[in-house]
Design a protein around this ligand. Sequence first.
Ligand code: TXA
Ligand code: MG
Length: 348
Amino acid sequence: MKTEVFFLDENNIDFDIIDRAANVIRNNGTVVFPTETVYGLGANALSGEAVKKIFAAKGRPNDNPLIAHVSSMNMLLYLIGSPLRAEAGLLIDKYWPGPLTLIFKKSGKVPDEVTAGLDTIAVRMPDNRIALELIERSGLPIAAPSANISGKPSPTTPEHVIADMKGKVNMILCGSKCRVGVESTILDMSGDMPVLLRPGGLTLEELEILLGPVRVCGRKVGDKKIPKAPGMKYTHYAPDADMIIVNGELNNVKMKIQELATEYSSRGMKVGVLASDETAGYYKACKVLSLGSRLDARVIASNIFEKLREFDKIGVDIILAEAFDESHLGMAVMNRMKKAAGFNIIEV
Ligand code: TXA
Ligand code: MG
């Protein structure tokens, strides 16, 4: 497939290009676009035929539902099947547009392809002007998963989406590097109580300011009644190399990683270490990438997918990763790292 690629400046948008992209959406084609979290692979959320093209381009299992992206409250209300609850209204007032996806009972207008047959729909309003203008000028909600090949780290730069999606979609809109760098937080509002299904760019602490204590899916062992995001069961974010996370007191972590790096190198393996600014200078005889300073979780989050992809490009055989603090944005970062590592974690 021929893919048209355009570069846009979020602060000085070329609306002719947005109109061309909106036309592709209205004609049930596919458009990759930037958001504040990660790049999305979009199509008309009201057409089953259009949405099928998303699954084909990504190689995504079709039992994994999509998030519908909206640019207005009217679009949200069109998609949901019951009146908006007060709690949801509060969250939307405070955090939309932004990295928060809410799950509601769906209306009859949403095709089954979007929701993988579920009776609920995930909706968010992205905080990126290119994305919002595209939705607004299409006049349609846009269904969009992250624009990576299924199973790979999510794309956060134009280079990533071009590598994964050129030839597979009708159009790619390139903006800048995604500001947040991890996907949206998913909160299920369809049951009696809000449940956090996926930690993301909006922190649990920020949700709890408005909601009080929030139930986190998977935290209570044995509770099978909690609905889960179907996508959470698949292998995710996996770099080509095997990955091991080392968790514990930072000095012990450094020593353990160096010990493992020396051992793997002596077996002829090319070793990558995922470190932080505070520790990167410590390691010897391996390829070290820093996620940023441990004092700024926002920077760490914005770099996580990019650095995982960089190790693929370098072609390391094994990645040894320092664990990060799991509070605030660290919860989303460690969630992605654990999945990338297939839950391969050494405690020291
Ligand atoms: O930040 C984001 O959310 C990005 C950008 C592009 O907006 N999108 C994104 O989409 O991460 P995706 O498809 O990679 O992840 C969506 C997750 C999947 O785990 C899926 O199973 C879950 O949302 N999901 C979608 N609809 C759901 C529903 N009705 N109930 C439960 N989980 C749902
Ligand atoms: Mg994804």
